[in-house]
Each structure stands twice: as C-alpha cells, then as structure tokens.
Design a protein around this ligand. Sequence first.
Ligand SMILES: C[S@@+](CC[C@H](N)C(=O)[O-])C[C@H]1O[C@@H](n2cnc3c(N)ncnc32)[C@H](O)[C@@H]1O
Length: 137
Amino acid sequence: MLFSPEWHYHMTELVLQYLRDSGQVVQVRADKDEWFDRYDGEAPALVFCDADHFYEPTVKDIEFALRVGAQVICGHDYAPEHSGTMQAVDDHGGYRALKGSVWVLSAPERFQTRAVIEPTLNSVTSVDPPIHSPFTG
Ligand SMILES: C[S@@+](CC[C@H](N)C(=O)[O-])C[C@H]1O[C@@H](n2cnc3c(N)ncnc32)[C@H](O)[C@@H]1O
C-alpha cells in the first residue's frame, strides 16, 4: 500500500505528538532538498535517510549529512529492491553496520562513533540525556 505524503505527515504528527508538544521534535513540511539548502543549524547527531530511494536523491541525503557534519549517517532500505540506495551507500564508503535493511554509513574518520554503535545496532541501550516518554514515565 502506498500512502500519500499528506497521510504520512498526519500519521507522523500523531506518533510524535508527545515529543512535538514538549518541544523535543519540530516537524517540518518541506521538500527535503529545499530544506537541505536552507539548513543552518548545528551539526546533527544523526541523519536518517528514508525518503526517496533512488540513487540521486539518496546521494543528496548522504552528501547533505556529510556537509553538515552529522555524527551518524544511517537510513532504511539497503536492499536489492532499492538498488539506488545500495549504490549510493556503496559509493560513499559502504555501510559500517547493517541490521535488516537499516544501514549505518562508514563515515569519514573524523565522525567515527564506533564505540556507540558496534558490534551491532542492538548495543545502543541508553540515550544521554534520557528521553522521558509518556509510556515509561
Ligand atoms: C518510505 S517513507 C518513510 C518515512 C519515515 N522514515 C517513516 O518510516 O515513517 C518516505 C517518506 O518520504 C517522503 N518523501 C519522499 N521524497 C521526499 C522529498 N523529496 N522531500 C520530502 N519528503 C519526501 C514521502 O512522502 C514519504 O512520506
């Protein structure tokens, strides 16, 4: 089933409502490439690429993340049915970790955070500062 951008926006709005209401998440409605062009915030801790899975758009995602100094660059759909995503990741050094089809890029040395994410993505067990959710109290 393919969901419209409008539907996806509203589902995201519902899922993230608590974080939006508490000011921890800002939901932006924009074409990602326009948003990349006007981004002037601090270096993100993490960029998750999961919008358009063709080659060129995924390259744009990765190169944006590299340009702004993201410490972890990762995404979804490193899988044969999304060969554009696979190629874009491979052309930027390949993945450092792959769990299912979720990939983490082997970023340049200056951004390495190996101790946090290896040996598997399962090793990420805590977040600092802790996120207080309405579900865990
Ligand atoms: C595969 S979904 C994943 C979204 C999210 N990661 C999730 O799991 O809910 C891809 C989303 O990216 C959006 N998208 C695709 N191309 C985009 C673009 N150029 N700018 C902004 N959003 C885009 C689509 O409308 C869709 O909502």
